[in-house]
Write a protein that binds this ligand. Structure first.
Ligand code: PFF
Length: 455
């Protein structure tokens, strides 16, 4: 038996489990850490509307496309395109996916290490009695250091690798079912406390009042890139997960549920953060540290804040873990399949390599912050390359594959579960994947590349 025999991969035990795993991949640091900070940098309301339009018109159809490909082929991203087409060109989706996964997990590990530190600080009750300025300084001092962030990053990557080696599906299924709803409850509690803050209304307004004059072409690129990032699209994660879908999984409904849950968590996170930003006179465009600087202010004020701060950072770390597992899986599947080495060796090799590039990202906040291309440090460059270029490009190719290459009857078979459910939006779906998604994404892609070249 080949070392990487596909039949040996463990499967999901329930329909809910698969959806939980896809949701677990989608909901992560992207929702709670990245969404608020890029919404803040891009002026709030108008950016959010553009982001929502991208989620609905491009994100959901591309997600459906990944699900169709994965369930039809029943393989990871490489095997899938090998099976569905004889043309070698489509392999490029897998290769770009591996590169994107590598870059994303590098900076994801940096932010995950911040989460671990904040979990420890929450345990030690270190936020208590600190002013907003002191909390901001606390974040800067820690994140610009060299030792602690790197140690936490190594720990996080080791944990991710350990779960990936040990059979990820059962673990993910067991934990996401309980932990994701818990995360939702805590965020709602944070929201309630945040909105009642003095100045809270201003945050609400920032989040929902669209001021389109603040939108630049870069904001549009950020919005599309983030739609892909937050839904885990464009690099084959959801193709792999869909290979475990059951015959009766409803692809359209699942896509809408995953995208809906993901969007709700992001908006609720924004609703907790921006009222606090304004109430405590913080800067909405504070960048990647935004969440870590603002939320502790709210914990200090809310009843039971000590316990909730611990729970929040614990759940955030878990949400990061369920996403990072899915990212590492893409690289591991590639390494073990292409090099025909065991899953365990492939994971260890992958984890070590990503930890090394990840440490560069972590150090680029502090000791290596002088290394820049234009105004961007290594951390930003990895993010821009992956989120704004590789993921949209991968998504564009996936939608072209479904819109132009896949036989129509396969699409209708997959969407209707071989005629057992009524087809509702097939024409609209085909239009979106054939025309709208590729055109809109190529626009963003060209701009992304242009931005990098002229900067
Ligand atoms: N969707 C994850 C988040 O929002 O945190 C990040 C992510 C996971 C991106 C998996 C890409 C991916 F393939």
């Amino acid at each position: 038996m080949a070392k990487n025999d596909l039949s040996k991969r463990d499967g999901f035990t329930s329909k809910f489990g698969i959806i939980a795993a896809a949701t677990g991949s989608a909901i992560g640091l992207g929702n709670i850490w990245k969404f608020p900070y890029i919404a803040g940098e891009n002026g709030g309301g108008a950016f959010i509307i553009i982001y929502l339009v991208f989620i609905i018109l491009i994100g959901v159809p591309v997600m459906m496309s990944e699900f169709i490909i994965g369930r039809k082929a029943k393989q990871n991203v490489f095997g899938a395109f090998k099976q569905l087409t004889s043309h070698g060109f489509w392999k490029i989706i897998g290769i770009m996916g591996v590169l994107a996964a590598f870059l994303i997990l590098s900076f994801y590990g940096t932010v995950a290490s911040w989460t671990i530190e904040y979990l420890i600080l929450a345990f030690k009750n270190s936020f208590s009695g600190k002013s907003a300025d002191e909390l901001a300084t606390m974040f800067d001092t820690f994140s610009q250091g060299a030792i602690k962030p790197v140690i936490w990053q190594i720990l996080f990557m080791a944990l991710t690798a350990y779960i990936v080696i040990g059979g990820i599906k059962k673990g993910i299924e067991k934990y996401t079912k309980i932990l994701m709803p818990m995360l939702l409850v805590i965020i709602i509690y944070l929201d309630i406390t945040a909105i009642t803050l003095k100045g809270g209304v201003e945050g609400f307004r920032f989040l929902f009042y669209p001021n389109f004059s603040l939108i630049t072409s870069e904001s549009i690129i950020d919005a599309l890139g983030h739609a892909f990032f937050t839904l885990s699209l464009g690099m084959g994660v959801l193709i792999t997960y869909a290979s475990y879908f059951q015959k009766d999984t409803n692809i359209t409904n699942t896509s809408i549920s995953v995208a809906g849950a993901d969007t709700i968590i992001a908006l609720l996170a924004g609703l907790a953060i921006f009222p606090a930003v304004f109430a405590f006179n913080a800067e909405p465009a504070a960048g990647p540290g935004l969440v870590f600087m603002t939320l502790p202010n709210i914990f200090e004020l809310m009843p039971g804040g000590y316990i909730f701060s611990i729970l929040f950072f614990l759940l955030l770390a878990v949400a990061a873990l369920t996403s990072s597992i899915s990212i590492m899986e893409v690289v591991v599947a590639f390494v073990s399949e292409e090099k025909n080495i065991s899953r365990k060796k492939a994971t260890i090799f992958t984890a070590i390599a990503i930890t090394i590039t990840g440490i560069l990202c972590t150090l680029s906040i502090g000791p290596l912050s002088h290394i820049k291309i234009a105004e961007y440090n290594i951390f930003d460059i990895f993010d821009i390359l992956a989120s704004n270029i590789l993921l949209p490009l991968g998504g564009m190719l996936i939608s072209i594959f479904i819109g132009w290459k896949m036989k129509k009857h396969i699409i209708t078979d997959e969407l209707s579960n071989y005629g057992t459910i009524q087809l509702k939006f097939v024409k609209l779906f085909i239009f979106l994947v054939r025309y709208l998604a590729p055109i809109a994404i190529s626009f963003v892609f060209v701009h992304g590349l242009w931005d990098i070249l002229i900067n």
